[in-house]
Design a protein. Structure first.
Length: 161
C-alpha cells in the first residue's frame, strides 16, 4: 500500500558512502526534527535522472533551503558506491544527500516500487518527490511512467511558496 500525505515515514536503515566507507543511516537520522525534500528515481546514471531530475535539485538547492528545507535527499535502488559515484559525476557536493536503498526495502515499505524487469532493471523506485516534515509526509508528487512533470525541483520549490 502506497504511503499517503499525513503518514509517517517508516523507520528503516539505508546506506550512504562518504569518503571511502559505506555507513548505515536511519530514516530517523534523515527526517526526525527536519523538513526534508526526498526525491526518488528509477536509477543512477539513467537518462532522465542524470539529464534533468538530479541536476534540477543541485541547481535549486539554495532556493529550497531558503524556503525552509533542511536537507535534500536523492534516493535510488542502487548501492552506496554507485550513488556516491553518480553524485561526484553530477557535482552534487554537499547540496544533495545521495542515499542508497540497495535492496529496495524503503521503496517497498512506502509502496512506491516498480517492476522494470522487462527493461533489464529489476525492481526499482517509481519517480516521485515528497516533502517530509519531522518524519511525516506533507506532500507526495508521484510521476506517471516515463514522465518528469511533478517531482522536479521547480515544482517542489513552487509548492513551498
Amino acid at each position: 500500500m502506497r504511503i499517503r500525505v499525513g503518514e509517517k515515514i517508516p523507520s528503516l536503515t539505508l546506506q550512504q558512502k562518504t569518503g571511502d566507507s559505506v555507513s548505515d543511516i536511519s530514516t530517523d537520522e534523515i527526517f526526525a526534527g527536519k523538513k526534508v525534500v526526498l526525491f526518488a528515481l528509477p536509477g543512477a546514471f539513467t537518462p532522465t535522472c542524470s539529464a534533468a531530475h538530479l541536476p534540477g535539485y543541485v541547481v535549486r538547492a539554495a532556493e529550497l533551503k531558503d524556503k525552509g528545507i533542511d536537507s535534500i535527499v536523492c534516493l535510488s535502488v542502487n548501492d552506496a558506491h554507485v550513488m556516491k559515484a553518480w553524485g561526484e559525476d553530477q557535482n552534487v557536493e554537499d547540496r544533495v544527500m545521495m542515499i542508497a536503498d540497495g535492496s529496495g526495502l524503503f521503496t517497498q515499505a512506502v509502496g512506491l516500487e516498480v517492476d522494470l524487469s522487462a527493461r533489464g532493471m529489476g525492481i526499482r523506485s517509481q519517480r516521485y518527490a515528497m516533502v517530509v516534515n519531522d518524519c511525516v509526509v506533507e506532500l507526495l508528487n508521484l510521476e506517471a511512467p516515463a514522465k518528469l512533470e511533478v517531482s522536479d525541483a521547480e515544482t517542489i520549490l513552487g509548492s513551498l511558496e
